[in-house]
Design a protein around this ligand. Structure first.
Ligand SMILES: Cc1cc2nc3c(=O)[nH]c(=O)nc-3n(C[C@H](O)[C@H](O)[C@H](O)COP(=O)(O)OP(=O)(O)OC[C@H]3O[C@@H](n4cnc5c(N)ncnc54)[C@H](O)[C@@H]3O)c2cc1C
Length: 494
């Protein structure tokens, strides 16, 4: 007999764990199940070593402030900053309510810095700083063109750098390094203590059919025994990371037609030598190389993962046909269907330079990777750095107005008109903005509960800014930010 639940969430990463926790907090009687194809929770993109763990607040990421005709635009940076504040409010609520009692297990204060060299880049950073420092969201941002001060901010980056070269940097003290794997595991562990929650590890969602009276029947396969079972659910969330595109295609909902995925792989150089690690406590982001996709901005990062501190440099993007790190080389070819072949082909043809860039990145030697690292850490020694494979990011391909294809680097929720199914496509800005993204799933798929069953009011107790704009209200942001920073222990130096 089929198992019956109120909500079935496919994939046990940052997104499903956030959505499951929100649902459970809003209505603890809801029967929620999470199905995960791998043997553990949060071992794909959400796993600490598979992503950069930057709490994306747009303090240091230069790709969020694009420059067109010499003018810097901070609109996207403001959006991302506000979205990260929403995640921090939710995490603050979870810390205060005992779900995740120790914030240091998943979030750590790590200043966010941008660093550039060369006159043109210095002028860009100066203009960016002038705009941002006037905005309440970026209050406290510091700027310098003084090599001596920058040397104090980031000694590894400045030691051994050639004299006389124009340099500039910005710094925001309250930046965060987040172990999203630890965050997701803690949320799921808390859910597991409740009878209304079920976690099915080692099971893949392989197919699904709508139930004529509402909801979905989902076919699951046990990956060890091959045994099949059915789950009937009122609501289905496809939070399968890179696997979501193919599951969305299987759902056959009309809103999912025409979508495809463009996978990008990643690698890091990692250093665990304590002598080196202790000299850098920051996330230092630079400018992306010409032709690089926006998510391959190079950065030298302090990471805190599972009690270990390390430095990470990258990502080195690469060409792949797999949609998941633990996926198949056939993922990309199998995702080509009648309704998306045109957009997929046109994206392929129009992005040859990106594909060439990804292939050349993937073919790089260790020597050339070390050369890239030395642009940020001139005195880096070969023996301190090893190469590690990161997770995959599947970018969204969708039909444009002319029926051709366009490649998008953000995230998108695709939901059925009746709200019984939602899929999350794309991977940027990623786990940092998971709370806002999952709230938009609630708004689209649980509209009745939000309006008439008190969910909006409950949400407001978890996320005090819910329904208001942090971008437009300096007082509200200041009050909320102070509480978040204090609870999450991001406001003080140890
Ligand atoms: C290189 C890299 C760097 C990044 N850096 C950052 C960063 O600095 N900051 C940030 O905020 N974000 C970052 N991200 C993005 C972030 O990691 C992702 O947005 C986030 O982890 C996605 O969570 P998810 O739950 O959607 O996916 P995942 O964590 O990938 O989880 C999806 C799960 O679904 C499972 N699954 C797939 N198919 C099926 C199926 N058929 N049945 C059952 N289970 C299935 C998978 O095994 C997986 O566990 C980065 C990502 C990468 C790859």
């Amino acid at each position: 007999m089929a198992k019956i639940v109120d909500a079935l969430l496919v994939g046990a990463g940052a997104m499903s764990s956030t959505l499951a926790t929100l649902l459970n907090q809003l209505d603890p009687t809801l029967k929620v199940a999470v199905v995960e194809r791998l043997a553990d929770v949060a071992v794909e993109s959400t796993y600490g070593w598979n992503n950069a763990g930057t709490g994306h607040a747009a303090y240091c990421e230069l790709n969020y402030t694009p420059e067109t005709d010499g003018k810097v635009d901070i609109t996207k940076a403001k959006e991302i900053n506000a979205a990260f504040e929403i995640s921090q409010q939710f995490w603050t609520y979870l810390v205060n309510s005992g779900v995740m009692p120790d914030p240091k297990k998943f979030i750590n204060r790590t200043p966010h810095l941008s660093f550039v060299w060369g006159q043109k880049n210095v002028e860009f950073l100066r203009q960016r700083y002038e705009l941002m420092s006037k905005d309440h969201q970026f209050a406290g941002m510091q700027y310098s063109e003084d090599p001596e001060l920058i040397q104090q901010w980031m000694p590894l980056v400045m030691n051994g750098r050639k004299d006389g070269e124009p340099v500039a940097a910005t710094k925001v003290e309250r930046g965060a390094d987040v172990d999203f794997g630890a965050l997701a595991r803690t949320m799921i562990r808390h859910l597991q203590s409740q009878d209304s929650f079920d976690l099915m590890l080692g099971h893949s969602a392989v197919n699904m059919k709508p139930i004529p009276t509402g909801g979905w029947t989902v076919l699951l396969k046990n990956n060890i025994t091959g045994k099949r079972r059915f789950v009937r659910t009122k609501f289905l969330f496809l939070g399968a990371g890179g696997g979501a595109v193919r599951l969305l295609q299987k759902s056959k909902i009309k809103e999912g037609r025409g979508y495809g995925g463009f996978p990008v792989s990643g690698q890091w150089l990692v250093c665990t030598n304590p002598e080196v690690v202790k000299q850098h406590n920051a996330k230092v982001y630079g400018k992306a190389a010409i032709g690089a996709p926006p998510m391959s901005v190079p950065h030298l990062d302090t990471r805190n993962i599972g009690g270990e501190t390390a430095l990470l440099f990258g990502p080195f993007a690469g060409f792949t046909t797999k949609f998941l790190k633990e996926g198949s080389n056939m993922d990309l070819p199998k995702s080509i269907k009648g309704d998306n072949i045109k957009p997929m082909l046109s994206v392929g043809l129009n992005n040859m330079s990106l594909t060439k860039y990804l292939i050349s990145e993937a073919m790089q030697s260790q020597r050339s990777r070390m050369k890239s690292l030395r642009q940020y850490y001139p005195e880096a020694r070969d023996e301190d750095w090893t190469l590690l494979n990161a997770g995959k990011r599947v970018q969204i391909i969708k039909k444009d107005e002319k029926g051709k294809g366009k490649l998008e680097f953000g995230t998108e929720i695709v939901a059925s008109a009746d709200g019984s199914l939602a899929a999350l496509l794309g991977a940027s800005p990623g786990a940092s903005t998971s709370t806002q993204t999952m709230i938009s799933v609630l708004e689209r798929c649980f509209a009745e509960q939000m309006e008439n069953q008190g969910w909006k009011e409950k949400l407001k107790t978890m996320i005090p800014s819910y329904g208001e704009s942090l971008r437009e209200s300096p007082e509200l942001l200041a009050e909320i930010r102070a509480k978040n920073l204090s609870t999450l222990k991001l406001d003080a130096v140890d």
